[in-house]
Design a protein around this ligand. Structure first.
Ligand SMILES: Nc1nc2c(c(=O)[nH]1)N[C@H]1C(S)=C(S)[C@@H](COP(=O)(O)O)O[C@H]1N2
Ligand SMILES: [Mo]
Length: 323
């Protein structure tokens, strides 16, 4: 991965967001009209490498302003080359280098447990009829770095309603693909495979919970969890399970991968909380990715800045114990 020189100012930093997006759209239009060959983009001057490739015109979506932060997104290159996806390696640049073996199409998702709409669905059918939205969310990894990501996705609550859980369903569990041929990291025992995550049903029904299928107006790159992954902006990034193949409605609280791996370091809830440190480091501040190696750390916000939207879910709970 090419490192940004500390003194260099990226276009995404100095350009107001509206202008920045317009420039992307201009570039896209130039390619579509044939005025600019796609191959030309590769040879554009260095600063253009941080521009996103053009949005996919087949994806029809609307920007959800209510659930978007008014902050310029992290550059496309950083979002797609600074990843955690241990199925493809443990270094930040491993997923971009290795996730080419994942085949996100065709893709099927099995729905089971306490719900009326059990069955196996083609990915396209699973999300059919649900409005596709762009939402610019803050993203905070438990490792104390952060990004701002323009996701594309469907509200998880809409998908869950479609699957008709019964009143016995108290939690919803998500499971990543298990296939060491496509995901070579699953051949080593760094984590217990397949990767699993879960939410309490009321958390899953919160309108901020997103089932993402894309970013920057395009389908998800493999390294970001193609073809569908969770995004829960008030929680640490590890709750955002990638490349989901199973959704199960259950009565009792499931374990989640990082909690199984290190229960004293990673809990079930994983709510972003600057007042509760990780046993090995502080959670009070974070390093924004893509602003250069010497960028100032910024304060971490309670629930990652989404306190007004989600605090009700945890009323009366001791967040030191239920971390
Ligand atoms: N299946 C799976 N999902 C995963 C992970 C993983 O290793 N495997 N890593 C998690 C962690 S720790 C983070 S921070 C986010 C990173 O998402 P991104 O690479 O799209 O930024 O994915 C989460 N989802
Ligand atoms: Mo993470």
């Amino acid at each position: 991965m090419r490192r940004h020189q500390p003194g260099r100012i990226l276009p995404s930093q100095i350009t107001p967001e509206a202008v920045y997006l317009n420039r992307r759209q201009l570039l896209a239009a130039a390619v579509a009209s044939g005025a600019l060959a796609a191959s030309t983009i590769a040879t554009l001057p260095a600063q253009a490498e941080d521009l996103a490739p053009p949005p996919d015109p087949r994806l029809k979506f609307t920007r959800n302003a209510k659930y978007s932060v008014n902050v310029a997104p992290t550059g496309f290159k950083d979002i797609t080359h600074y990843n955690n996806f241990y199925e493809f390696g443990t270094s930040k640049d491993d997923p971009a280098a290795n996730a080419g073996t994942l085949r996100p199409q065709p893709w099927h998702v099995t729905v089971d447990g306490e719900c009326a709409s059990r069955g196996t669905y083609a990915f396209e059918d699973l999300i059919k009829g649900l409005p596709l939205e762009e939402r610019i969310y803050r993203f905070r990894c438990v490792e104390a770095w952060s990004m701002v990501v323009p996701w594309l996705g469907v509200q998880l609550s809409g998908l869950i309603q479609k699957l008709k859980p019964t009143t016995n369903a108290k939690y919803v569990q998500f499971v990543t693909l298990m296939d060491p041929k496509q995901m070579p990291g699953e051949s080593s025992a760094i984590l217990q495979w397949p990767y699993v995550e879960a939410l309490r049903m009321d958390e899953a029904m919160n309108p901020l919970a997103l089932m993402a299928i894309g970013l920057y107006g395009r389908q998800l790159p493999n390294q970001n969890g193609a073809p569908l992954r969770l995004v829960l902006p008030w929680k640490y990034g590890f709750k955002g399970i990638k490349s989901i193949v199973r959704i199960s409605f259950v009565a009792t609280q499931p374990r989640n991968t990082w909690n199984i791996s290190a229960p004293d370091e990673y809990g079930f809830y994983a709510n972003v909380n600057p007042h509760v440190d990780h046993p090995r480091w502080s959670q009070a501040t974070e390093r924004p990715i893509g602003k250069g190696l010497f960028a100032a750390r910024q304060p971490t916000l309670m629930f990652n800045g989404y306190e007004n939207e989600v605090a009700y879910l945890y009323k009366g709970m001791d967040l030191r114990r239920d971390f």
